[in-house]
Design a protein around this ligand. Structure first.
Ligand code: E4P
Length: 316
C-alpha cells in the first residue's frame, strides 16, 4: 500500500525545505529550498562546520554569499533538480541591489560549474522584488518569489513571468489562528490552503507558465489538501509524518479542473498592486514580519560567521 508521501509524488513535485544535508540525502527530493533561517540553523550545526570554514573570505558579505552557495552546491550534489538561494532581506525594496546580488550568487554558482537552470534565486514578493525578478528572468536567471501572502502578489508575479512562486500556507494559518484565538483551523477552512487553491486555479485557468510551490506548512493535512499543486516544499519532520501515513490520497488540484472554472483575469499596475495588497491586513503584516525575521536571522548568521572570520584572520 502506498503511503501519503508516495501517493503525493504522483501529483506534485516534492521539494525538501531544509539545509540539513543528511535530511536531503534521506528524502531524495527533486528540488530543495533554503532561506536565511534555514541556513542559520545549518551553519550552526557542527556536522557542517567544514562548509562554514571553507567559505571564509575577505569580508562578511562575500563570506555569507560563499556560504549560501556552498550549501547550495552540497545540496545539488545530492538532488537531481534545483536549489533555491535567497537574496539578503535588506534588499527587499531595492531593485538594482537585488539584481546585483542575484547576479553575484549566480556567478559564484557558475564558478562551481553549476548551470543556471539548477538555481532559483529567491526574492521577497514586494513590488521591487517582482520587478527585479522580471529583469533577471530576461537574463536567464530563474527566480522563486517568496513571502507570498496575497493574491495581488501572485498576480503580479505571473504577469512578470517569474519561474516560480512560493505562497506561504503556515504563516497565513498562524495569523488567522492567532487572530481568531483558536488552537487549530481544519484544512477545509484554512485560509492558507485556500490562498494556494485560488492562486493555482487562476494561473492554470489563464495559462500562466509560473509554477506554484506551496510552502511553509504546519501540518500534513495542509499538504494533502494541496495535492496536485505543481510543487510542494516540505520540512523534514513533515516528510517523515507523510511517509508514516498509510493510504493513498486523492488529487485535489489539476489544470483540467481549473480550466472549467469561471475566473476573471485581473491585471495589476503598480498602484492597483499596492492597493489590493493593502486591503489584506494579514498579507501586509506577514510580508513585513517575514522580511524582518529573515533579516534578523541573516544578521545572527552574520554575527556568528563574523566572529569566526575574525578568528581565522587573527590566526593567519
Ligand atoms: C520555503 O521556501 C519557505 O522559506 C519556508 O517554507 C518557510 O517556512 P516557515 O513559515 O515554516 O518558516
Amino acid at each position: 500500500m502506498l503511503n501519503a508521501l508516495d501517493s503525493l509524488k504522483q501529483y506534485s513535485v516534492i521539494v525538501a525545505d531544509t539545509g540539513d544535508l543528511d535530511a536531503v540525502a534521506r528524502w531524495r527530493p527533486q528540488d530543495t529550498t533554503t532561506n536565511p533561517s534555514i541556513l542559520l540553523s545549518a551553519a550552526q550545526d557542527p556536522r557542517y562546520r567544514a562548509i562554514v570554514d571553507a567559505s571564509m573570505d575577505q569580508d562578511i558579505e562575500s563570506t555569507l554569499d560563499r556560504l549560501f552557495v556552498a550549501f547550495g552546491c552540497e545540496i545539488l550534489k545530492i538532488i537531481p533538480g534545483r536549489v533555491s538561494t535567497e537574496v539578503d532581506a535588506r534588499l527587499s525594496f531595492d531593485i538594482e541591489g537585488s539584481i546585483a546580488k542575484a547576479r553575484q550568487l549566480v556567478s559564484l554558482y557558475e564558478n562551481q560549474k553549476i548551470e543556471r537552470k539548477r538555481i532559483l534565486i529567491k526574492l521577497a514578493s514586494t513590488w521591487e522584488g517582482i520587478r527585479a525578478a522580471e529583469r533577471l528572468e530576461r537574463e536567464g536567471i530563474h527566480c522563486n518569489l517568496t513571502l507570498l501572502f496575497s493574491f495581488a502578489q501572485a498576480v503580479a508575479c505571473a504577469d512578470a513571468g517569474v519561474t516560480l512562486i512560493s505562497p506561504f500556507v503556515g504563516r497565513i494559518y498562524d495569523w488567522y489562528r492567532q487572530n481568531k484565538k483558536v488552537d487549530d483551523i481544519p484544512a477545509a477552512e484554512d485560509p492558507g490552503v485556500a490562498s494556494v487553491v485560488k492562486i493555482y486555479n487562476y494561473y492554470k485557468k489563464h495559462g500562466y507558465k509560473t509554477q506554484v510551490m506551496g510552502a511553509s506548512f504546519r501540518k500534513i493535512e495542509q499538504i494533502m489538501a494541496l495535492s496536485g499543486c505543481d510543487l510542494l516544499t516540505i520540512a523534514p519532520d513533515l516528510l517523515e509524518k507523510l511517509s508514516k501515513k498509510d493510504g493513498e490520497i486523492e488529487r485535489v488540484l489539476s489544470p483540467e479542473k481549473a480550466r472549467k472554472l469561471s475566473i476573471e483575469k485581473t491585471p495589476l499596475d503598480h498602484q492597483s498592486f499596492l492597493w489590493q495588497h493593502n486591503t489584506d491586513a494579514m498579507a501586509v503584516e506577514k510580508l513585513s514580519d517575514g522580511i524582518r525575521k529573515f533579516d534578523a536571522d541573516a544578521r545572527k548568521l552574520e554575527a556568528a560567521v563574523g566572529a569566526l572570520l575574525k578568528k581565522s584572520k587573527a590566526a593567519a
